[in-house]
Design a protein around this ligand. Structure first.
Ligand code: MRU
Length: 331
């Protein structure tokens, strides 16, 4: 894994050989982004059951699954990937340890490759939605190659639009407090030579009001069956401002991020992270010592503020209860 905590200053690759290392990497944000932590968790499960089979593998799986699922609660991709690995284990009770490990490893790699393919497919659907040329897209957090198996969801749409010949530029919210926008989104786009302008989160209203944004595109950690969207904290106020200024607000969501078992956004568990993310920066105290903090990592944008949800099987429009279920059932 590329250690995302150190970007953009340093590119350091870390290797994990056991599931506890993978769990620690997810918890501490070495790797982050819903699809990426799903892929990492699947690989963690494969590492976790290495060397065991039969009932020992079942028992080990319970421990590994519990440990990985406890790392970060909001992104459904993580639980989804672990459930998929469980099915493979359940379907192969007779395999010896070596064969079981090979089977589990190939399932984890399939999840990785499928995510990449899903991003490319949804990128194409998203690019078709974009009418203007040149086009300026406002995004929040990092829903790019770093957050996925590669290519990205929201940034997948950006990449696909450029591949389709559009002149695309991006405005990236810096995304307090972890700075996924300024550190990661800006880094990725610079590498791809896609023009990007970083703004502080509280400047989004100004650029929207000035007519400088053609559409907003964000990713999602979990989208409920009714189309309510959990994504990085700060997404909801962005959606409110986009609606205020009649700017389309799109969500790029692979089906692995859509939780049809979760009826509405209020049922999505929202992770709260340490207050030190707010009170300290690079080891420096930046808030009054001892002050109380509130640090939810995600917020929920009600479906009524979402113009469309872009998936690898096509674009869902309101009412999402119907359109998301239809896309899910489409072969
Ligand atoms: O806390 P993070 O950095 O894991 O949060 C990531 C996001 O909110 C992304 O927008 C989301 O996972 C979609 S990534 C394709």
């Amino acid at each position: 894994m590329i250690d995302q905590r150190l970007l953009p200053a340093r590119e350091v690759i870390r290797t994990y050989r056991d599931y506890t290392g993978v769990a620690q990497a997810i918890r501490t944000m070495v790797i982050r982004g819903a699809p990426a932590i799903g892929v990492a968790a699947a690989m963690g499960v494969a590492l976790g059951i290495r060397g065991v089979s039969g009932s020992r593998a079942q028992r080990r799986f319970e421990l590994v699954a519990r440990t990985l699922k406890a790392t970060r609660p909001t992104a459904v991709n993580l639980a989804w990937a672990v459930a998929r690995m469980r099915r493979v284990l359940d379907e192969n009770p007779a395999l010896d340890a070596a064969a079981l490990f090979r089977r589990m490893r190939s399932e984890a790699l399939a999840i990785y490759h499928e995510d990449l393919a899903a991003n490319r497919a949804l990128g194409k659907y998203g690019a078709e939605l974009i009418e203007s040329n040149p086009v300026t897209i406002l995004t929040h957090c990092n829903a790019g190659a770093l957050a996925t198996a590669g290519y990205g969801t929201a940034l997948g749409v950006v990449r696909a639009a450029r591949e389709a010949g559009k002149q695309v530029s991006v405005i990236a919210d810096e995304t307090r407090p972890f700075l996924q926008g300024s550190r990661l989104t800006a880094w990725e786009l610079r590498k791809d030579r896609i023009p990007v302008t970083v703004i502080a989160d509280n400047m989004a209203g100004t650029v929207l009001r000035a007519g400088r944004v053609d559409c907003v595109i964000v990713g999602t950690d979990r989208t409920a069956a009714n189309g309510d969207v959990a994504n990085k904290i700060g997404t909801y106020p962005l959606a409110v401002m986009a609606a205020r200024h009649n700017v389309p607000f799109y969500v790029a969501a692979p089906l692995s991020s859509i939780d049809l078992d979760c009826g509405r956004g209020d049922d999505i568990p929202i992770e709260e992270r340490a207050g030190t993310e707010l009170t300290e920066f690079a080891g420096q105290q930046i808030a009054a010592r001892g002050v109380k903090t509130f640090n939810p990592a995600f917020d929920v944008t009600p479906a009524e503020l979402v113009t469309a949800i872009i998936t690898e099987r096509g674009v869902a429009r309101p009412p999402y209860g119907k359109s998301l279920a239809e896309l899910n059932n489409r072969a």
